[in-house]
Ligand binder design. Sequence first.
Ligand SMILES: *[C@@H]1O[C@H](CO)[C@@H](O)[C@H](O)[C@H]1NC(C)=O
Ligand SMILES: *[C@@H]1O[C@H](CO)[C@@H](O)[C@H](O)[C@H]1NC(C)=O
Ligand SMILES: *[C@@H]1O[C@H](CO)[C@@H](O)[C@H](O)[C@H]1NC(C)=O
Length: 517
Amino acid sequence: MDIALLLLVSATIFGLSHNAEGSPFSFREAAVRDIRIALDHNRLTSRELVEFYLKQIRGLNPVLNAVIEVNPDALCLADKADRDRRAKKPGSVTGLAGIPILLKDNIATKDKLNTTAGSCALLRSVVPQDAGVVKKLRRAGAIILGKASMTEWAAYRSPGVPNGWNARRGQGVNPYHKYATSCGSSTGSATSVAANMVAVTLGTETSGSILCPSSVNSVVGIKPTVGLTSRAGVVPISPRQDSVGPICRTVSDAVYVLDAIVGFDPDDAVATKKASKYIPRGGYLQFLKSDGLKGKRLGILRCSFVGFSNSSEALNAFEPHFHILRQRGAVLVDITETARFDSIVSSMFNDQFTAMRVEFKLALNAYLQQLITSPVRSLADVIVFNKKHTKLEKIEEYGQDNFEEAEKTNGIGRVERELLHNLTGASKIGFEKLMKDYKLDALVTPAPNIVYAISAGGYPGINVPAGYDTDGTPYGISFGGLKGSEAKLIEIAYDFEQATKIRKPPPLLRNHIKTYN
Ligand SMILES: *[C@@H]1O[C@H](CO)[C@@H](O)[C@H](O)[C@H]1NC(C)=O
Ligand SMILES: *[C@@H]1O[C@H](CO)[C@@H](O)[C@H](O)[C@H]1NC(C)=O
Ligand SMILES: *[C@@H]1O[C@H](CO)[C@@H](O)[C@H](O)[C@H]1NC(C)=O
């Protein structure tokens, strides 16, 4: 990796300048703010925007497998958005109104789209209503363009299921490098927005499923504090860890989406009520500050978390970035007593999967039972379905081990309660204590390694593009913080992004297309 060189050649393709009222609209990498301005000045219609993205999907999806379904009503919704905007005072329409969004296929919509988590077992299931976040998106005027592909069942079926693969759409492909992983499980969300097939997307994360695909697709992902966004109507893994968040090309775009989806939802009442105290008055856009890094204390762990490939190499590669963070006024704090933290985090990382087995069966059964109609009503039914459709679901190749393990569990008894109690305790004496002892605003890691520190405890994280390997595969940098620290993380990420502007669109996809034609 040659980060210094990459910084020199970093592309600055961020659409229009903000005062350019008269200039033509550029669809390439168009940012939400630019789309907003163009719509408001009648230089663009939502219909034109939807037509452009549909064309992109037609051209690229046969190669990338990033979109699982397109909304047959997308153009009608665009026309309605155009009519609604024209009927209002110019400039009075805000946020995501008239802007197309793709949703990961595990997020329910009550329309012509299926919600299947990539599995044929959920085809023809009928959801009772829109997911909580979808209700908020529709209220904000966003256009549901379709469903993004994903690792089947959010990568919970079996460790053998490849990242980005599902039985309905097949294998997702990284637009930067066809042999690189697209990571999972929000693969299609990250890939589609990276390849300019849509303006913005939603993904979900239980343990890395937003941050990891964002990292390898060179986009921005925000995994919110658990409960900041509603999980109602989302095919679940663990209500203790599941979170819905934006995957977009820029921090600013991700913040527009975050503002639209956060907040209380009666259908996920306990978690969203608890987390709604973190939402700042006036939303998150105010934290897109040019001096966001000034005075921030960022912790660097020069030790190997579980899963770090080789932390000293990774840290050397990140030296130029650490330099930029310091230049922008951040204080970088070397964490010295790492062994204790390391052992707590490793044991937590294993314990979370033990807990998930029990939680998954309960949560999935509850999801399946509230459907209006469905070919499967329980995890046991899904296992049987997969056994009946071994070819279609590639059961012999990829297995369904986690499903079978989860099916053997029997709810939350004494042992499980103790395990959950241990997990909560480990967060307090691990990550939270570290943050407090060193008075940190965030921890920083080569992406998506922050996941190991934040996933089991429900903490927030953000990924920002940080560079490209010699073969062109992107990688990110990630920041994680205490519950409710989204505002700080946005300040940090935005300032870093603006100081580096590393993201560049995928190279024309020539390699892919040659091979696949
Ligand atoms: C939903 O799935 C059904 C059954 O496969 C299919 O006929 C239909 O076209 C799908 N809907 C969309 C919007 O793709
Ligand atoms: C990591 O890399 C460093 C320097 O390249 C090397 O000295 C060290 O042995 C490596 N550690 C592991 C665990 O591979
Ligand atoms: C909880 O932690 C205690 C103390 O470390 C340990 O002895 C016990 O086995 C743990 N319980 C579970 C269910 O993992």
